[in-house]
Write a protein that binds this ligand. Sequence first.
Ligand code: IMP
Ligand code: MG
Length: 176
Amino acid sequence: MQKMNDKISVMISQEDVEKRIDQMAEEISSDYRGKALHLICILKGSVFFTCELAKRLTVPVTIDFMSVSSYGNGTTSGEIRLAKDLDESIEGRDVLIIEDIIDSGRTLSYLLENMRSRRPASLRLCTLLDKPERRITEVEVDYTGFEIPDEFVVGYGLDYAQEYRNLPYIGVISGK
Ligand code: IMP
Ligand code: MG
């Protein structure tokens, strides 16, 4: 159900998002030249970004999906658990985790530790958006699309109560 009264203002236009994904794909393709890249898409927010990035990569690509849930009360994010595991082993593979946004960093630090224990040949991290001001747990990001201020954003896969993922730009809901 679309909330008709919500007004969305554009923070990053579709054109700018896609130009940046072009650049990121070029950089990643160059860094992984001669290798095959295994992308891990973190559901659901990263789906749109993963597709757009994957289409532009010029190295051989495989894709797997993982879903994590954070159980917390109110504003404090609680324990993070695997809701859907990968289908395939990542042992010995060149793995790139694809995230939509890094906020506190808690999800990513859980994921990185979990992935490292599976002994990939290499493990890097790529995110479309980063809110560095919000960081609680330090994480090293290898590829960042945009650093943004501490505002709640939607679109390009990101949701507010499961809505707005399909917006083709990054927006802010006014009055929220
Ligand atoms: P972290 O563990 O705090 O880094 O949480 C990251 C997750 O919180 C992301 O993968 C998103 O699902 C969600 N999130 C954080 N900030 C936003 C936002 O501005 N819009 C939509 N989802 C967000
Ligand atoms: Mg996410």
